[in-house]
Design a protein around this ligand. Structure first.
Ligand code: URA
Length: 320
């Protein structure tokens, strides 16, 4: 048996408020996605972007957090080939014009219901279903975050930064991680955990066997409190309904709470020092409680505690 790898992009657009996916028509009549062989020098994402450009004329920037693999087998002569297809997801800019290469005889933009009737292969149907669900969640998060980002406009008194630092990661993540509030670097870059605590967080997640890119990472309060002070009760109270709604949309199986602010706000844990390294169920959700990485950056003796919590988390995840 031989192995081959291909990659493509599920391209979508919004047409008069409706979601439509792009399909290419093969010479024998069936519908396919823009996709093709991954060259040795390429990553799957690069191959997907190149193939899509070659086959459709569209330069698509995929959502880096949607990636779905499927496997199938076929015969070439007498050789059995196992193929891995990696699909990404990307939106075509409105007004984009498709130009099909010689490999195909045409193209079609189809709505989900129509596509599901026309498609020939199980994995194509799974890709479309997963993509539709993902796009829906992304749109809900974006809409919610738009009103969250403007929260300060409705307040008489607002001491936090006015720069909104939204969560970052796949909107269908199985694991979510929630900290306290962005720091100065996060405020500047508009992304959570990109400063010193963020560097430590990435290595702690690795200790648990977790890839940071597969986790939805955010903070209890998603605006920087000047001088890095702890957000007060009023600020947490204003921001919490938005966080709760984000949790509902992402609907993770486990939430890692780092530090006292998120542990209290989400899981009603009073003392992180007594509860770190433990799982807790609260309000129908499962939480893992640990210290905030900033506590280990500031106080070196906390480093061992936080590292052993993440190693323990890795063991727990392996068991479930
Ligand atoms: N600490 C947090 O809680 N959030 C960030 O984004 C960065 C540091």
């Amino acid at each position: 048996m031989e192995f081959e790898f291909s990659a493509g992009i599920l391209v979508y657009r919004r047409n008069a408020g409706e979601l439509e996916f792009l399909f290419l028509k093969n010479k024998d009549g069936w519908l396919d996605f823009p996709k093709g062989h991954i060259e040795e020098s390429e990553h799957a994402l690069e191959a997907a972007v190149r193939e899509t450009l070659e086959e459709t004329g569209l330069r698509i920037k995929p959502d880096v957090f949607f990636r779905k693999d499927s496997y199938y087998w076929f015969l070439r002569g007498k050789t059995r080939i196992k193929k891995r297809l990696t699909m990404f997801l990307g939106e075509a800019k409105s007004g984009s014009v498709v130009t099909v290469s010689d490999e195909h005889i045409g193209y079609a933009w189809l709505r989900q219901e129509h596509a599901l009737k026309e498609l020939k292969f199980r994995d194509q149907i799974d890709f479309i279903r997963a993509a539709t669900e993902y796009i829906g969640r992304r749109a809900e998060i974006d809409e919610l975050n738009e009103s969250y980002a403007g929260l300060w406009k409705k307040q008489k008194r607002w001491d936090l930064s006015r720069n909104f630092v939204p969560g970052y990661g796949p909107v269908n993540a199985e694991i979510m991680l929630i900290g306290q509030a962005p720091g100065a670097e996060e405020d500047k870059q508009g992304k959570p955990f990109v400063g010193r605590s963020g560097v430590l967080l990435t290595s702690l997640l690795e200790k648990a066997g977790l890839d940071r890119n597969r986790i939805y990472i955010t903070s209890t309060v998603q605006f920087f409190p000047p001088k890095n002070r702890v957000p007060d009760k009023t600020e947490i109270g204003l921001c919490l309904p938005f966080l709760m709604r984000q949790v509902e949309i992402i609907d993770p199986e486990l939430i890692i709470l780092v530090g006292a602010v998120s542990a209290k706000a989400l899981a009603n844990v009073e003392h992180v020092a007594h509860n770190h390294g433990t799982l807790k169920s609260y309000n129908g959700r499962k939480f893992f409680i640990t210290l905030h990485p900033a506590a280990a950056v500031r106080i070196r003796t906390n480093m061992q505690l936080i590292e052993s919590d993440f190693i323990k988390l890795g063991r727990i995840l392996k068991e479930v």
